[in-house]
Design a protein around this ligand. Structure first.
Ligand code: ATP
Length: 349
């Protein structure tokens, strides 16, 4: 098993949350090799372009990467381009993060949503969004036509089959007593591409019959998530639905500051908070590092090194007995929250 972890701090609050996550990893595994890499604006300054080959090589070798946040807004100019030429490359192709996910074929985006410190029980929100990460509306296949723009929504059998399989694997690893299982969200009554996704889901569900499964139209799923989020266990979705529903689910547990994620492929995995660069709070010392710490916990689980559960327990303890950052209704700074987690980790040993 690897003992090398590549990390990319990124933009905005990225460095503010990655430093605490690294300190947690180092506290657990002092000998681990942490290697810094760059994409996005930082890479332009250091390596002359937003997507250096060296970064891919480093991740290729280590197999795993922890990432903070990289700006991908339509308002962020691509440093490669003349600002007057913004339409030349579709935003999904410009985005260094989407490119990284595509280049490494990180097809499964796994986003566990649970408010740290919440006690197990039938009313507690504890679900995982499993989102297809490589195609759908974020394929980056767009073209200008007379009087408009066409975006292709490509959904393939192969990509659908592997993400459906992942959703059942995730459900099996969690097996909740309620046996809620996998819910596939789609709009198969309107979109042929979703009809394919749903068909593959049903075939997979038949092969994985020990796990409960059902499906919901995405619009209904959005409402049910708001009305009764605790009934959900694993929510499987094509790319954009998964993106939107995970922010919705994050809102139900108090915001994006506590939602981690894994982007997993056959050979590599990238771990990152679901939140973005949050420019509105960057530099204020109040960013919540929980999502980054919990992403680090998922990374340790993935590479088979212990510590993931210890991180989750320590974060739970601070949410229960300590002082959280303002987004989680506390008054702690990023630094003092991190100190509390490190203290809880020491107490756990
Ligand atoms: P992107 O498009 O890059 O994904 P976004 O537009 O979804 O980004 P975020 O940067 O994720 O936006 O932030 C959304 C809101 O959540 C902002 O108000 C931000 O301050 C808040 N937020 C996000 N992450 C955190 C965090 N770690 N701690 C505190 N607040 C956060």
């Amino acid at each position: 098993m690897t003992s090398k972890i590549v990390f990319i701090k990124g933009d905005g609050i990225g460095p503010e949350v990655i430093d605490p996550a690294l300190s947690v990893i180092e506290a657990l595994h002092p000998g681990i090799e942490l290697i810094e890499a760059y994409i996005g604006s930082e890479a332009v300054t250091r390596a002359g372009g937003p997507f250096p080959g060296e970064t891919i090589d480093l991740i290729d070798e280590a197999g795993v990467c922890l990432l903070g946040a990289v700006l991908s807004s339509i308002d962020d100019p691509d440093p490669r381009e003349d600002p007057g030429d913004m339409k030349a490359v579709p935003p999904a192709q410009r985005s260094p993060l989407l490119r990284l996910r595509r280049e490494l074929d990180l097809y499964a985006n796994i986003r566990p949503v649970r408010r740290p410190g919440s006690v197990q029980g039938s009313e507690v929100i504890d679900l995982v969004i499993v989102r297809e990460n490589t195609e759908g509306l974020y394929s980056g296949i767009e073209r200008e036509v007379q009087g408009g723009v066409v975006t292709e929504r490509r959904i393939t059998e192969e990509a659908s089959r592997r993400i459906c399989r992942t959703a059942f694997e995730v459900a099996r690893s969690r097996i909740s007593p309620a046996g809620a299982g996998v819910v596939c969200v789609h709009k198969a009554n309107v979109l042929l591409s979703d009809r394919l996704f749903l068909d593959i889901f049903r075939q997979t569900a038949a092969e994985e019959a020990d796990i409960a499964s059902t499906s919901l139209y995405v619009d209904n799923a959005a409402m049910q998530l708001v009305l009764d989020p605790a009934r959900f266990d694993v929510v499987l979705a094509p790319n954009m639905y998964g993106d939107i529903l995970s922010d919705l689910a994050a809102g139900l547990i108090g915001g994006l500051g506590a939602v981690p994620s894994a982007n997993v492929g056959a050979d590599h995995a990238l771990f990152e908070p679901v939140h973005g660069a949050a420019p509105d709070i960057a530099g204020n010392g109040i960013a919540n590092p929980t999502a980054a710490m919990l992403s680090a916990a998922m990374l340790l689980d993935h590479i088979g090194i212990d510590g993931g559960d210890a991180i989750r327990r320590a974060v739970d303890e601070v949410y229960t007995n300590g002082n959280t950052t303002p987004d989680a209704d506390g008054t702690a700074s990023t630094a003092s929250f991190t100190d509390q987690v490190l203290t809880a980790l020491k107490g756990d040993n």
